[in-house]
Design a protein around this ligand. Sequence first.
Ligand SMILES: Cc1cc2nc3c(=O)[nH]c(=O)nc-3n(C[C@H](O)[C@H](O)[C@H](O)COP(=O)(O)OP(=O)(O)OC[C@H]3O[C@@H](n4cnc5c(N)ncnc54)[C@H](O)[C@@H]3O)c2cc1C
Length: 582
Amino acid sequence: MQTLETDILILGAGGAGLFAAVHAKEANPDLDVTIAVKGLLGKCGCTRMVQGGYNVALSPGDSVERHFMDTIVGGSWLNDQDLAWLLVSTAPVRIRELENQLGCFFDRNPDGTVHQKAFAGQTFDRTVHKGDLTGIEIINRLAEQVWRRDVRRIEDHRALDLIPSADGSELAGVLMLDMRTGEPLMVRARATLLATGGGPTMYKYHTPSGDKSCDGVAMALRAGLPLRDIEMVQFHPTGLLAGEGTRMTGTVLEEGLRGSGGWLTDAAGERFMFDYDKRGERATRDIVSRSIMHRIRKGFASPNGGVYIEMGHLGPDRVRREFKGMVERCADCGFDLAAGRVEVIPTAHYMMGGVVFAPDCTTPLPGLYAAGEDTGGVHGANRLGGNGVANSTVFGGIAGDVMGARTVRGGAHPEPDRAAIEAARDRAFTPLGRTPGDLSAMRERLYDIMWNDVGILRDEEGLARGAAALDALARDIAACGVGDTSRSYNLTWMDRLNLENLTLVSRAIAAAADFRHNSRGAHFREDHPQPGDLAASTFTKVRLDGDRPQVTAEAVRHTRVRPGESLLDQTPSPAQDQHTTA
Ligand SMILES: Cc1cc2nc3c(=O)[nH]c(=O)nc-3n(C[C@H](O)[C@H](O)[C@H](O)COP(=O)(O)OP(=O)(O)OC[C@H]3O[C@@H](n4cnc5c(N)ncnc54)[C@H](O)[C@@H]3O)c2cc1C
């Protein structure tokens, strides 16, 4: 097997991975840094897809404390407060870095200050953006910075498994697969960053890029690492419903549409959100998604099973000007967003849960760091729109700083556990040449199980049914070969590997969702609709015991502010306001 040795290995080239590469090189230019990515650097992952923008307290009327309180209240008090504080306090540094060092141009006000727009669930308009396609600007500039530095790129390579050292004390590297040739590659590294970006693509309707299949989270589970709050899957309320058989269905129509005054209406033409929350369409994503599902269940579904978003009352010209990308996306599918109405459905968008990590991006496995959507704890039970790209760039940068400062060149790399390499290789290569199964049907099964039983509205009966169906699906996938023994660009094989990871992480989500007997943020139990005592909040921890996910709970430490208190002068926090919806 081919082997590569490097000082720092970064898995993933989204906001987290690219920032980590730039910062690691800045911290120590002599280090050998390798970035390995499943797609092409600069062209894959979800950071490139960021539409609405980036949350940051810049304006004189705003403050880091206000951003923090919005993040904690939005997260239903489940956040790791030290991580959340690091997010909001480092975001201003990162946004200046993006503009002044990396060359991003964000939209500006006539007086030259950075324009910040409204996003739902926030008490101040703090979302920095470039039109409504902000991620392209961020990723293009970041990719240029990585290209101009001496960073090794291995593209079209997927990480298969984390390989511990022979004595089990640390991570020795990662077994990768060169998707172009189908050959394995063992990358040995002194420090490795997990930044593969989560991605809940196991749901029938979903937004993330097609290269994302929870690979990093699945690898962490297989390596024995704990996941925090993995039951917390965010649904974006307004996924486009463009009909069956088009991949445009499920893609997101950005939050700014509701933020700027868009209406949600049902088949009867009723604007229904104020029946559920006093903030109407500007309620947080969890509340809006649940309200839509409730409306649909009550029999007010549009022809394709969703509801409508309407913008025409704001003036079609303004809508075309301010939401050019969204208007064009809808027009491509035959819909008039500016003057008409467009069918939408909640769509799985983001995973708040992920690998347990510390403020310096270390994980419980020495040698492994984590950042971005692969991690859990920053957002608690619900991520505010605009806090996702802030999370990946803030923590990716921190991971790069820390790995760059702590990694020392010279000396031998940790010796990898040969048995672990063989086991990982067997897992990935066994399906080749074995009798093929119907992978498309298995994928549809996964979509339906997760949408119907582990989705937006959950209860004990559905979760038990979902868990049993996922176990059966996992067995069927394990027995399913891919027939064709050609390894080169074998997309059926890649699909099979993706499905295996997605199903494993789905089982973890179902187990944690079953375990949590209250409703917080994105997790809503119809049989346990109350949030419970916020002061006694616990977060879930899932690990694999053999091949079964085991769940435990740990107390959330309210290190900076307790429920009912606020960091803002004399302002009581709306801690109890989060669960006003049915
Ligand atoms: C349509 C859409 C719109 C969004 N809009 C916003 C917004 O307006 N504001 C906001 O804050 N957030 C938004 N988000 C969320 C935001 O994109 C994410 O929070 C953030 O970009 C995640 O960054 P990341 O670096 O963790 O992962 P990503 O940017 O997704 O990068 C993951 C990388 O890992 C690679 N990878 C995956 N698996 C493997 C593997 N096995 N081996 C090697 N590499 C692998 C991928 O190819 C990719 O390069 C949006 C998301 C979507 C999908």
